[in-house]
Each structure stands twice: as structure tokens, then as C-alpha cells.
Design a protein around this ligand. Structure first.
Ligand SMILES: [Zn+2]
Length: 114
């Protein structure tokens, strides 16, 4: 079982107390209505889902109920660190780049049997 440290409660607790809330540090546009459909799709649906070190949001559901961020290695499933929401993104070697700066990807359709 994974142990996750809540930066607010300052305790290391079993993962069952927590819930993953997706990728951290996704920048929200000031005016979502002005985004093109492709840019909105990139903001709303596209996440980096990289292998290795990632930044995630977590919520301490069965404790303080607060959101915080974590740096986790998806290969080893180990938490490198956790930090409070709103704190700057720590610079961790080998970490994935944030998705907000990525341009929208173009869709490609593959034909069956091609
Ligand atoms: Zn907590």
C-alpha cells in the first residue's frame, strides 16, 4: 500500500484516504469562451500522461478534504514529494512539461487494416 504525505495534516497516511484529482498545474484560460474549439479541447481533455515523473493533484478525502499537489514517478509509483496547492511547481529533474503550453494536437484517423 502506498503512503502519501498530506502537506496540511503533516502526516503520512494510507492511499485509501486520498483521491487522485488529475494533472496539476493545468493553466485555465482567462476567457474560456474566446478559445477555439481545438484550444478548448487541449485545455479540457488533453493531458500529458507521461511515463516517469509527473505532477498531480490529490485530495485528502478522509482527512482535511483539501487539495494538494504531488510529484510522483509513474514507473516506480513512488511519491517524491507533496506540497500545498498554490505553491510554486518544484523543479524536479526528469519531470514532464506542463500541458497548458502545448498546442492542440491534430486528430488523425487510422483506417482499419491500413
Ligand atoms: Zn490532510
Amino acid at each position: 500500500m502506498l503512503l502519501i504525505r498530506c502537506p496540511y495534516c503533516e502526516e503520512e497516511l494510507p492511499e485509501l484516504e486520498f483521491r487522485n484529482a488529475g494533472e496539476a498545474h493545468v493553466t485555465r484560460a482567462v476567457d474560456l469562451a474566446s478559445l477555439s474549439d481545438e484550444d478548448f479541447e487541449a485545455f479540457f481533455f488533453i493531458r500529458s500522461n507521461s511515463k516517469g515523473i509527473i505532477y498531480e493533484r490529490w485530495r485528502h478525502m478522509h482527512g482535511c478534504a483539501r487539495f494538494f499537489n504531488a510529484v510522483r514517478d509513474t514507473v516506480t509509483d513512488k511519491f517524491l514529494m507533496t506540497y500545498k496547492a498554490g505553491e510554486p511547481k518544484p523543479d524536479v529533474a526528469g519531470a514532464a512539461r506542463p500541458t497548458a503550453a502545448k498546442p492542440a494536437r491534430k486528430r488523425t484517423t487510422k483506417k482499419a487494416g491500413a
